[in-house]
Write a protein that binds this ligand. Structure first.
Ligand SMILES: NC(=O)C1=CN([C@@H]2O[C@H](COP(=O)(O)OP(=O)(O)OC[C@H]3O[C@@H](n4cnc5c(N)ncnc54)[C@H](OP(=O)(O)O)[C@@H]3O)[C@@H](O)[C@H]2O)C=CC1
Ligand SMILES: O=C([O-])CC(=O)C(=O)O
Length: 272
C-alpha cells in the first residue's frame, strides 16, 4: 500500500485525508503538514489512523513516503516541489498555476527524468482535458470563461493591482480578460484550471481566460470553448463550491480523490 504525505490541510487536503481514512482510496496517510498547525491538528483529530504532524515541509518527503500530495498553494510548489522529487517521491499537484512559470516547469520536468519520479495533475474543477490533449496538434483557439461569486474571488492579488473593491461589484461583470499565464498570477487561488488547460493544449500565452464576477451566482462555472481542424469543443461545468472554501469547487476535491485512487490501485484505468 502506498504511503502518502499531505502538504496542506484545508478544503482539499481534508477531504483527501478522509477518503483515505474511509478506505475509498487504498493508501496509508503517514505524515501531514500545514503552516497553520491548528489545521493539521483538527484534521488528525478526525482520522482513525493518526498520521504524524511534521514540523516543516521538508520532513514530509525526507520520511518514508511514496507520494506527496500538495493541496496548499502555488508558493508551496515553488518552494518545495523540487526537493520532494529530489527526495525520490512522486508528487500530486493541485496548485498547478505554479507550473506556468517556465523556470519551475523546466526544473521539475528535468528532475522527474533524472530521479525517475512522476508528477500527477488531476483534472481539477474542469472537464474535457482528455479531449483537449487528444486534439492538441489540431487546436487553433482555446478560451476559458470562469464565473464566480465575488466572495469566491475576494483576496486575489488582482484587486490590489486594480485598486478595486470586490464587494462593490453589484452586477455580472467581466473583471479580467487575458492570457492564462497572467490569470494564474493575479488569481492564484481561483484559476489553476487555466494552467491545466494550458498545459494540455495551446500553452499559457495562447490560452485565453475571461473571469466574470457575478453576485447572483452561487456556482463556480467553468466554460471551455476550443476550436481547430478537428472541429469544436464546448464544455461547461457548473460547480457547487466547497462549504469551507468557496473558491474551491466540489469537483476539484472529487477529482483529486479519483486521481489518487487511480495512482494507488492496480485495476482498469478508464479514459485518456
Ligand atoms: N487544480 C484545480 O482544479 C484546483 C486547485 N486548487 C488549488 O489547490 C490548493 C488547495 O486548495 P484548498 O484546499 O481549497 O485551499 P485551502 O485554502 O482550503 O487550504 C490550503 C491549506 O494549505 C495551507 N498552505 C498554503 N500554503 C502553504 C505552504 N506553503 N506550506 C504549508 N501550508 C500551506 C493554507 O494555510 P493558510 O490558510 O494559512 O494559507 C491552508 O491551510 C490551492 O492552491 C487552490 O488554489 C483549488 C481548486 C481547484
Ligand atoms: O475550484 C475551482 O472552481 C477552480 C479553482 O479554484 C482553481 O482552479 O484554482
Amino acid at each position: 500500500m502506498k504511503r502518502i504525505g499531505l502538504l496542506g490541510c484545508g478544503a482539499i487536503g481534508t477531504q483527501i485525508a478522509l477518503a483515505i481514512n474511509s478506505g475509498q482510496v487504498q493508501a496509508e496517510l503517514t505524515h501531514v503538514y500545514d503552516y497553520d498547525k491548528s489545521k493539521a491538528e483538527s484534521l488528525v483529530a478526525r482520522l482513525d489512523k493518526k498520521p504524524t504532524i511534521v514540523e516543516n515541509p521538508h520532513l514530509l518527503s525526507s520520511n518514508n513516503v511514496d507520494l506527496v500530495v500538495e493541496a496548499a498553494s502555488q508558493d508551496a510548489i515553488k518552494n518545495h516541489a523540487l526537493s520532494i522529487i529530489q527526495n525520490r517521491k512522486d508528487l500530486m499537484i493541485m496548485s498547478v498555476g505554479a507550473l506556468l512559470d517556465e523556470s519551475v516547469f523546466d526544473i521539475l520536468f528535468d528532475a522527474c527524468h533524472e530521479f525517475k519520479k512522476r508528477i500527477y495533475l488531476p483534472s481539477g474543477a474542469i472537464a474535457g482535458l482528455d479531449a483537449i490533449k487528444s486534439v492538441k496538434s489540431e487546436l487553433e483557439s482555446v478560451t476559458l470563461i470562469t464565473t464566480k461569486n465575488p466572495k469566491a474571488l475576494a483576496g486575489a492579488k488582482f484587486f490590489e493591482t486594480k485598486n478595486m473593491d470586490v464587494h462593490s461589484i453589484k452586477e455580472k461583470t467581466v473583471i479580467f480578460e487575458g492570457a492564462a499565464k497572467e490569470a494564474v498570477t493575479l488569481f492564484p487561488a481561483n484559476i489553476n484550471v487555466a494552467a491545466l488547460l494550458s498545459l494540455a493544449g495551446l500553452g499559457s500565452e495562447k490560452t485565453l481566460v475571461k473571469i466574470v464576477a457575478d453576485p447572483n451566482t452561487n456556482k463556480n462555472t467553468h466554460k471551455i470553448e476550443a476550436s481547430g481542424i478537428f472541429g469544436k469543443i464546448s464544455i461547461q461545468v457548473e460547480n457547487v463550491p466547497d462549504n469551507t472554501n468557496p473558491k474551491t469547487s466540489r469537483l476539484a476535491i472529487l477529482s483529486a480523490i479519483e486521481c489518487l485512487h487511480t495512482i494507488c490501485s492496480d485495476d482498469i484505468k478508464i479514459g485518456t
